[in-house]
Design a binder for this molecule. Structure first.
Ligand code: ATP
Ligand code: MG
Length: 741
């Protein structure tokens, strides 16, 4: 087989890493130096030169999108399908193992995944059930506590709560939570990882089987693995195995979720014979962008140390824009994108990155009104919308009757006369016998068992006569849906369930609260199912495949926003900085660069937290290939609150020589860091007749008076107080203002 397509597109160091002899290998290198490329070519190399078959490959990446891309590129390199390879995220692969070996893992066959919102809801219920004060035991904090323990591999029995009553109560909540999940047959995200780890740890022959199979275990973005993920990787690769891991300590951004950058050092200790490679040439960014990133990250301590250079040109300076407020910022970004587009750049080459999801809304509004297509990754994802979760809850119940979270969600949706009293009776009955709500309802409604436990009520007593009839109707509905949809193609199954549960009529009645949009979303769910490729999520040999409905439900729980817009539509890419990891774009905007927003308020006083934020900023800067715009607003309304911003200290850390400020700071509300560095430009009349106090007309906003003028040439902007629309900032060159005399 011709190996030149595998080795030719690599530099010497990359080639050395790709062709390294079997054995543990660590590639430690900075952003854009080709780590992911090396990993992909290593797989191709293993398949052609090291005698591996696709069956022997296990590759872990950070997102499902990255996994699909990786598979695609390997197949292209080799010109053959890579069917039996396992390529996925830690969560996806763990889920797969648990499905295949659910019995050994102690899970029911139809177990479901509990997403983070469902998890919080369940915890809230447990806090109430134990009659605890939920201002002291905040569901979010308890959730964090539980997930942290799981990430460290600690089960309730091993919690050392000591004598502190608070700790003891938390430990009790953890135990109650575990018991409920086990009974309902649901697993949360942290549980997926921990169970998959325990599965291999406790079943030596199974572990040996996988070790023999996966002779090549590869991990991308290794710096962001947590303890359990690393322990699991070691079990899969074995002590003498050949794990091939690539990472960058400067891009470790998930410490808050348990990631341990120390795993990079631990790896060298656990595999003392590991070969280490460093890559230093960056192929992604211009010289200025790279210099800015290098200067910024140099402020962090305890780095493993890397030197990145590029043979490309310096490129444009880093553009810094000081906006008046968040709308002005969005407007600015919008106009830059329009300009990029006008000059022949594609929209999909543009990324707008921000620190927190809530920042996307203002950009979405600006893009919508200018009809610029965009796609938001993450955020409120399609599968997290209430109506979608309602429909999925029905599907999950069809698949697993004991899923209490789903049961509770839809038992009275649409309303069918099952009130709070009936449900309370059912919960109590289920608790008493340690069974699921479904099991309790079915048992009691059938009058079983003859022998009651002390204090146990009959169905009529517990539910009330009307409640009992309604509950029976609900159980029959689910059984009927199950029977009627067996053997149907996935999208018909889903369509049938949506049509026959009464959800559509329920939302149709809802005239005010976006009922129509909700119905459209439900219809979208059917098309998502139609287009769903079960093989993409669950490739592998025949016996390893999941039933389509289960594969789809897992996809819905694990996937981010893929249902939203067509992946290949030419749209602006919007996402948080965290989500941007591993990706690259010719034009990048980093918005909301204000102290308190980025770095985030809760990290400012904590050195480790601040360094993590700085690494996040480094990730952001290094996503840019050709142009980078950084912006901040002097005034911002976020979460309904106004604040006055100070430019992020990270802007300060970029050497002034690399920066060009775009807007003159005419209206500095108060002194801000770095003011001296930026050269103000005097505003001048940008067009005849455009001056303070002039009356102007805008095609959309109507008539108004000019309040403010600033900038010059293509940067000139005016603030106009419109009679009906209030004050607005406009770019003069786009506004087409007409002077009214
Ligand atoms: P990150 O740290 O952001 O994940 P990375 O180290 O994984 O980055 P890649 O994404 O693999 O880097 O590569 C960055 C860019 O450089 C990609 O566009 C890739 O195709 C290109 N590239 C990598 N190596 C070479 C090479 N030897 N010749 C030409 N282009 C290369
Ligand atoms: Mg990468």
């Amino acid at each position: 087989m011709d190996i030149s397509p595998i080795l030719d597109p690599l530099n010497d160091e990359q080639r050395a890493a790709v062709t390294a002899p079997a054995g543990a290998t660590l590639v430690l290198a900075g952003a854009g130096s080709g780590k992911t490329r090396v990993l992909i070519h290593r797989i191709a190399w293993a398949l052609t030169a090291l005698g591996a078959s696709p069956h022997n490959i296990l590759a872990v990446t950070f997102t499902n999108k990255a996994a699909a891309e990786m598979r695609h590129r390997i197949e292209k390199l080799l010109g053959m399908p890579g069917g039996a390879m396992w390529v996925g995220t830690f969560h996806g692969i763990a889920h797969r193992l648990l499905r295949l070996h659910h019995q050994l893992a102690g899970l029911p066959p139809g177990f479901q995944i509990l997403d983070s919102e469902d998890q919080q809801r369940l915890i809230k219920k447990l806090i109430r059930a134990q009659e605890l004060d939920d201002t002291r035991f905040v569901p979010r904090d308890v959730q964090y506590y539980i997930n942290k323990l799981k990430d460290d591999g600690v089960r309730p029995a091993q919690v050392k709560a000591g004598y502190d009553p608070m700790q003891q109560t938390l430990a009790k909540l953890y135990a109650a939570y575990e018991e409920t999940c086990q009974r309902s047959g649901v697993v949360d995200f942290a549980e997926l990882l921990l169970r998959a780890f325990e599965l291999l740890r406790d079943n030596a022959s199974l572990a040996a089987h996988y070790r023999a199979r996966f002779t090549h275990v590869l991990v991308d973005e290794f710096q962001d693995t947590n303890s359990i993920q690393y322990a699991w990787t070691r079990l899969m690769a074995g002590n003498d195995g050949s794990p091939f891991v690539v990472g960058d300590d400067d891009q470790s951004i998930y410490r808050w979720r348990g990631a341990r950058v120390e795993n990079l050092r631990q790896f060298s200790r656990d595999y003392p014979n590991a070969t280490m490679f460093r890559l230093e040439q960056n192929y992604r960014s211009t010289g200025n962008i790279l210099d800015a990133a290098n200067a910024l990250i140099a402020n962090n301590s305890g780095r493993l140390g890397k030197n990145l250079w590029t043979s490309g040109g310096k490129g444009e300076p880093i553009h810094v824009y000081a906006a008046y407020n968040e709308r002005d910022e969005a407007d600015f970004v919008l106009h830059r994108i329009l300009e990029w587009n006008r000059r022949g750049g594609a929209r999909r080459e543009v990324a707008v990155l921000y620190r927190s999801n809530a920042q996307s809304r203002v950009f979405e509004e600006a893009f919508l009104s200018a009809r610029v297509p965009y796609k938001v990754y993450g955020g409120l994802r399609f599968y997290e919308r209430a109506e979608i979760k309602d429909a999925l809850a029905y599907l999950r119940l069809v698949s697993n009757r004991h899923d209490d979270a789903s049961f509770e969600r839809v038992v009275n949706l649409p309303t069918r006369g099952i009130g709070a009293r009936t449900l309370e009776g059912l919960r109590a009955a289920a608790r008493q016998r340690g069974e699921s709500m479904w099991a309790a309802a079915a048992r009691m409604l059938s009058g079983m068992p003859e022998q009651k436990l002390p204090g146990e009520l009959s169905a009529a007593e517990a539910f009330g006569a009307r409640g009992a009839t309604a509950l029976l109707g609900f159980l029959q509905l689910i059984d009927r849906l199950d029977a009627d949809t067996k053997g149907l193609p996935l999208h018909e199954q889903i369509d049938h369930v949506i049509q026959n549960t009464g959800l559509i009529e329920h939302f149709r009645k809802d005239k005010q609260d976006k009922g129509e949009a909700r119905i459209e979303n439900l219809e979208e769910l059917v098309s998502a199912a139609r287009g769903f490729d079960a093989d993409a999520l669950s490739p592998g040999t025949e016996g390893e495949k999941l039933p389509p409905l289960e594969a789809f439900l897992a996809h819905a729980a694990l996937e981010s926003g893929e249902g939203q817009a067509d992946e290949w539509d030419d749209c602006v890419q919007m996402m948080t900085l965290h989500t941007a990891k591993g990706l690259e774009f010719p034009l990048v905007f980093m918005a909301g660069m204000e102290d308190g927003l980025f770095p985030h308020q809760r990290s400012i006083d904590d050195l480790e937290g601040l360094e993590e934020e700085r690494r996040l900023c480094y990730v952001g800067i290094t996503r840019a290939m050709k142009q980078l715009y950084v912006s901040y607003a002097e005034q911002r309304r976020l979460h309904g609150m106004d604040s006055f911003g100070v430019p992020s200290r990270f802007i300060e850390e970029i050497p002034a020589a690399l920066v060009e400020e775009i807007r003159p700071r005419v209206q500095v509300a108060r002194p801000a860091i770095g003011v001296a560095r930026f050269r103000p430009v005097a505003p001048e009349a940008a067009a005849p007749g455009i001056k303070l106090g002039a009356r102007v007309r805008h095609t959309r906003f109507g008539d108004g008076v000019i309040l403010n003028l600033e900038g010059q040439g293509s940067q000139a902007r005016v603030q106009v107080n419109f009679e009906h629309q209030g004050a607005k900032w406009l770019m003069l060159s786009y506004a087409n203002l007409e002077i009214v005399r």
